[in-house]
Design a protein around this ligand. Structure first.
Ligand code: FES
Length: 111
């Protein structure tokens, strides 16, 4: 199986995450549109995910995520898709949802 990302408010879409790749890279490989205003440089927070389950299976916060946390632009249980990657390659499900403010206008989200 591997590490599965379950995007709850996107029709519960599930994708397999690649090891040593950011979640944003895996989303792109699976043709899932995701907001990324700074081009995955960790500067904008628009690729933010709310982590509902499985947070402990993600890589530690990066320097830019820690900076946003201090600035309160990132809350606990939120991660940047362009920074976080799966820690291990086991049979795990990481559940997330796309925050309302960063939902893309051409996609229908459930929440
Ligand atoms: S795309 Fe800008 S912080 Fe991730």
């Amino acid at each position: 199986m591997g590490v599965i990302l379950d995007i709850k408010n996107l029709n519960q879409k599930t994708i397999l995450l690649s090891e040593k790749k950011t979640i944003l890279q895996s989303l792109a490989e699976n043709n899932i549109d995701w907001m990324q205003a700074c081009g995955a440089k960790g500067r904008c927070t628009t690729c933010k995910m709310i982590i509902l389950e499985g947070e402990e299976h993600l890589s530690p916060l990066t320097e830019s995520e820690n900076k946003f946390l201090v600035q309160q632009r990132l809350k606990p249980h939120e991660r940047l898709a362009c920074q976080a990657m799966p820690l291990e390659n086991e049979n795990i499900i990481i559940s997330v949802k796309v925050p309302k403010i960063y939902q893309l206008p051409h996609i229908e989200y459930q929440d």
